[in-house]
Design a protein around this ligand. Structure first.
Ligand SMILES: NC(=O)c1ccc[n+]([C@@H]2O[C@H](COP(=O)([O-])OP(=O)(O)OC[C@H]3O[C@@H](n4cnc5c(N)ncnc54)[C@H](OP(=O)(O)O)[C@@H]3O)[C@@H](O)[C@H]2O)c1
Length: 294
């Protein structure tokens, strides 16, 4: 409990910014952490249309930290004073810290994913099958690469997978071949599949997960083709407590990492950067889970 009037003129201001962003869950976890540690900080969720203006506002009003959401993770970079090595490699920034007027960009998405994975497995020489080739897949590929994993990236748009594969020296392929890989140690859903209850999409992943609105199309649509026994699964989708991906993985005794666990780990990095204090992850996690759909 805070022992002083809150908020007050000295309250440090942080925010999640994106578009759309009305449904952001980040304020739940960050504000719970601030209150628990009696910190004079507040975290908002702002829906913005212009990233240049948002960065200008950060400088003018001395806001302390931003979490950057879609679609500004790439566009924000050119307005910053410095970026760390990860942002330069991934070419996306999801965290801005205002260090006494100097704006520094970080990427905590890869940290969230890698922290949760490394709690379960030594990734050195392990085969990781990544479904998806968007910004999150890119960030995770960066983290896996510096941990010496062997990576295969499968995507609906194969050109996108090829681009990441060439940059990070990985294997790549078509998501419709996802049932063919019988030797992975870790399976990652880095697509946005699972955020909605149905997908207007005919790809094999959507058929495996019984989310496709189309009639059966592939020789086998049995998810056992994709989900081997007793592996590790990470689903980046955090909007729901349980997705079709995590349910199928559960049926095959996977060690499961839910998207909200990754979200808390990436948020913990931001919390520690903004406050200089150790993040109370348990408090942040339980408050975040209350804000999620089932
Ligand atoms: N848990 C966390 O901490 C965390 C952090 C960051 C992001 N996320 C989540 O990660 C997800 C992806 O974000 P992003 O920034 O990477 O998005 P993005 O850059 O737009 O990429 C989306 C990816 O999903 C694929 N995809 C979309 N619909 C699909 C479908 N029906 N079937 C197969 N593939 C489909 C896309 O394939 P194509 O290229 O073929 O279109 C692409 O690979 C979002 O749900 C986001 O909320 C979670």
């Amino acid at each position: 409990m805070r022992t002083y009037q809150f908020p007050n003129p000295n309250t440090k201001i942080c925010a999640s910014i994106g578009f759309p962003n009305k449904m952001t869950k980040s304020p739940f976890m960050h504000n719970a952490g601030f209150a628990y540690l009696n910190l004079n900080y507040i975290y908002h969720g702002w829906e913005i249309e212009n990233i240049k203006d948002a960065i200008h506002a950060m400088r003018s009003f001395n806001f302390l930290g931003y979490s950057i959401s879609m679609p500004f993770k790439e566009a924000v970079i050119k307005y910053l004073d410095h970026t760390d090595e990860a942002v330069q490699a991934i070419k996306a920034c999801n965290t801005v810290f205002n260090d006494n007027g100097v704006l520094i960009g970080f990427n905590s998405d890869w940290i969230g994913a890698l922290t949760t994975l490394k709690q379960r497995i030594d990734l050195h020489n392990k085969h990781v099958l990544i479904l998806g080739a968007g910004g999150t897949a890119r960030a995770i590929t960066y983290g896996l690469k510096i941990n010496n994993a062997n990576i295969t990236i499968l995507n609906r748009n194969v050109e996108r997978a090829k681009k990441i594969a060439e940059e990070f020296d990985t294997q790549y392929g078509d998501i419709n071949d996802s049932g063919k890989f019988k030797d992975y140690d870790v399976l990652i859903n880095a697509t946005s599949v699972g955020t909605k209850s149905k997908e207007d999409c005919d790809c094999r992943l959507c058929h495996f997960l019984q989310l496709s609105t189309y009639p059966p199309k592939y020789e086998s649509e049995d998810s056992n083709e994709l989900f081997l026994e007793n592996r590790i699964a990470l689903d980046v989708v955090f909007q729901r407590n349980n997705t079709e991906f995590t349910q199928k993985a559960q049926e095959k005794n996977f060690n499961i990492i839910h998207g909200h666990e990754m979200l808390v780990e990436q948020g913990a990095f931001q919390f520690e950067l903004f406050t200089g204090q150790k993040a109370p992850k348990d408090v942040m996690y339980s408050q975040l889970k209350k804000g999620l759909d089932n």
